[in-house]
Design a protein around this ligand. Structure first.
Ligand SMILES: Cc1cc2nc3c(=O)[nH]c(=O)nc-3n(C[C@H](O)[C@H](O)[C@H](O)COP(=O)(O)OP(=O)(O)OC[C@H]3O[C@@H](n4cnc5c(N)ncnc54)[C@H](O)[C@@H]3O)c2cc1C
Length: 392
């Protein structure tokens, strides 16, 4: 328990905001959330959560409910194919405790949020939907936050969990423009054939197409491809465009691409990242999640980083009486981990979108090195996370 329970305002009720609300309430603080959406309305599509993110969900007491709502990939198996459906190699993702924590969980985003928001409500955390912060005044004794409904909240700490385009970040004078990665991601949700249980990655010519189960009934497909920075595509056209972008993919992708049409849930996202040096706080206002360190999605780690942020921020506030010391310690613990994820993910994404040349050389290299790369990434991630302390 902290020496003094803090009054905390969280801006944004996504993965980072909900997880922070849960972690901080469980460690004795008084928390409220403002969320700009008028109603909980979460983007379609799925997300995969690797063992490190699931461990954080375990610390938040959410693991069982999240596992029940998603689909654990057997043995953490990731099967690679070329774009015509020829097998290349299989890799297996690690987990320290396979009996309790799967190596990879696929889950529908809306389902994950239903579990998180349900726990926030069960803990009695007030959530004001359709509300944001319009002004922050940081003084010696606390922060005065003016909300968009005209009310004023006086709190000890503001947590900006308002995503890659965080308006709170700008309110505290941190000017950082999201960097466009050059890559667009096309995502869709489909019925899952019972036999499809692996995570599948198909390696196309400068494109990737992924398939992952997200429940007993559903699966999620995603395709990555270079897109111009200023591209705009009308949402009604997304199913047709997704089918056209990945038309050269056959094999396991074919039935899902064939069913893209007016009734399919499709989402297009131009991928951006936030590269921000420390400090990630100004006075009593702390950035977490994508607001501080949005990553490209090629390592599937952004959500896990947001979950870990929540756990470690609560730990840092419990470990240090002085707020400034706690927030500084939080940033120092998290920066190396999040920067590592960003760097590896950026390199993987850029290499994938720009590659030319002989795919057979790529496949030979994958057969020789793919498992070592997975293990090397997770070993390093674990080492950096442990070095940050606070028990994760
Ligand atoms: C294409 C793609 C695929 C991805 N796949 C994966 C994956 O498989 N695995 C994984 O771990 N990660 C993945 N990620 C990353 C992951 O989605 C993000 O890292 C994660 O959602 C970050 O959570 P967050 O809560 O910080 O931000 P967000 O999820 O963006 O949530 C921010 C919340 O703040 C609210 N908000 C915004 N502005 C305001 C405001 N001014 N006032 C109040 N509220 C506000 C928003 O409505 C939202 O509810 C992917 C990302 C992309 C783009």
């Amino acid at each position: 328990m902290p020496q003094r329970p803090l009054d905390i305002l969280i801006v944004g009720g996504g993965i980072a905001g909900c997880c922070a609300a849960i972690a901080l309430t469980r460690t004795g603080h008084r928390v409220r959330i403002v969320e700009k959406q008028e109603a909980w309305r979460f983007q379609s599509s799925g997300i995969f959560v690797y063992a490190n993110g699931l461990e954080s969900l375990g610390k938040l007491g959410l693991l069982e409910d999240i596992l029940a709502a998603g689909f654990p990939v057997p043995e953490g198996r990731n099967a690679y194919y070329d774009h015509l459906g020829q097998p290349i190699v299989e890799t297996f993702y690690p987990t320290a405790d396979a009996s309790r924590i799967p190596a990879i969980l696929g889950i529908k985003r809306a389902e994950m949020h239903r579990v998180m928001a349900g726990r926030v409500a069960a803990l009695g955390v007030p959530v004001q939907l359709g509300t944001t912060v319009t002004e922050l005044k940081d003084g010696a004794g606390g922060v005065t936050a003016t909300l968009s409904d005209g009310s004023v909240a006086r709190v000890d700490l503001v947590i900006a969990a308002d995503g890659v385009r965080s308006a709170t970040r700008a309110l505290i004078g941190i000017e950082v423009a999201p960097r466009y990665s050059g890559v667009g991601v096309w995502r869709a949700v489909h019925r899952r054939p019972p036999e499809l249980t692996d995570k599948i990655m198909m390696m196309g010519p400068a494109k990737r197409f992924g398939i992952i189960p997200i429940s007993d009934e559903l699966l999620y497909t995603f395709g990555t491809v270079a897109e111009p920075g200023d591209s705009y595509y009308a949402p009604d056209d997304w199913p047709r465009l997704m089918a056209a972008r990945f038309a050269e993919f056959t094999g396991p992708a074919a039935p899902f691409l064939a069913e893209l049409g007016a009734g399919t849930e499709v989402l297009y996202t131009a991928v951006e990242e936030i590269v921000l040096p420390l400090p990630w706080h100004r006075g009593r206002v702390q950035l977490i999640g994508d607001a501080a360190h949005a990553s490209t999605p090629f390592m599937g780690q952004g959500g896990a980083m947001a979950m870990q942020d929540a756990v470690i921020l609560a730990d840092a506030l419990s470990a240090h009486d002085a707020l400034e010391t706690a927030l500084t310690a939080f940033g120092r613990a998290r920066f190396p981990v999040c920067a590592f994820v960003q760097d590896v993910s950026r390199a993987v994404g850029e290499a994938g979108a720009r590659e030319t040349g002989d795919p057979s050389a790529r496949h030979a290299e994958m057969r020789a090195t793919a498992q070592d790369k997975v293990d090397g990434f997770y070993d390093r991630l674990h080492t950096l996370t442990e070095a940050g302390g606070f028990g994760l």
